[in-house]
Design a protein around this ligand. Structure first.
Ligand code: PEP
Ligand code: MN
Length: 261
């Protein structure tokens, strides 16, 4: 059902006035994790100032180590909802458990399914059973075919509002956190009718590579870019090395829009 052969025209998903898949480029910024109301509100103000309509933030954090910050859970979703109401931004947030989907959709506008859960089939089915857009990230060891099949799990249950997100894959290369598979973008655009985003934060893991990676993503035809922004990355509870502070975010947006056609 996600195949372009079945549906030649692009799927357009409207979220808070932004039409993902309409041929324009859309942006999703926000902190890695929700840490406090003040932290999220500060980032929301900066996003709003740029005229952008979405914010991301993790409340359920799937961390590699069980000793790392696991997120604020539903308290985090409540913070996001409050910020969303106050700043008029739609919220993208990761859900990790099928049992949480029904309750979580009262707080968020887009269900993110993270790389580590791309083949959590029960989670995919649960996301497919609700009427909420899904941002599906590519698994770090998933082939493009695996990725497309994961989207198929969601659409086959009835929910076709799926945005695909390339976020880098595991390779032998250690200079970056993952290897950004940039050609996945045109391949996914050819093979499916879904919007395709690129997450430059988790693919590179390097602040100095965010802007060139984002330019490459737009140049190769991505429908948008996701990146992480924190008021004070040095004290962030997760992904401290690659989140942008607010002045860096502002110049990132200026530079990226300059390069955009
Ligand atoms: C995230 O976007 O918060 C995240 C954890 O990314 P990924 O699932 O791509 O690692
Ligand atoms: Mn992160």
């Amino acid at each position: 059902l996600v195949s372009r052969k079945k549906k030649p025209e692009d799927t357009v998903i409207e979220i808070n006035g932004e039409k993902f898949g309409d041929g324009n480029q859309h942006f999703i910024f926000g902190p890695c994790a929700v840490e406090s109301y003040e932290q999220v509100a500060e980032v929301a103000a900066a996003i709003k100032k740029q005229g952008m309509k979405l914010i991301r933030g993790g409340a359920f954090k799937p961390r590699t180590s069980p000793y790392d910050f696991q997120g604020l859970g539903f308290e985090g979703l409540k913070i996001l909802k409050r910020v969303s109401d106050e700043y008029g931004l739609a919220v993208v947030s990761e859900i990790v458990s099928p049992a949480d989907i029904e309750k979580a959709i009262d707080y968020i506008d887009v269900i993110q399914i993270g790389a580590r859960n791309m083949q959590n089939f029960e989670l995919l089915k649960a996301a497919g059973d609700v009427d909420k857009p899904v941002l599906l990230k590519r698994g770090m060891s998933a082939t493009i075919s695996d990725f497309i099949n994961a989207a198929e799990y969601i659409i086959s249950r009835g929910n076709g509002n799926i945005i695909l997100c390339e976020r880098g894959i595991r390779t032998y290369e250690k200079a970056t956190r993952n290897t950004l598979d940039i050609t996945a973008v045109p391949i996914l655009k050819q093979e499916t009718h879904l919007p395709v985003m690129v997450d430059v934060t988790h693919s590179t893991g390097r602040r100095d590579l965010l802007l060139p990676a984002a330019k490459a993503a737009l140049a190769i035809g991505a429908d948008g870019v996701m990146a992480e922004v924190h008021p004070d990355p040095a004290v962030a509870l997760s992904d401290s090395a690659q989140q942008m502070d607010i002045p860096t975010f502002e110049s990132f947006v200026t530079e990226l829009l300059k390069s955009k056609k």
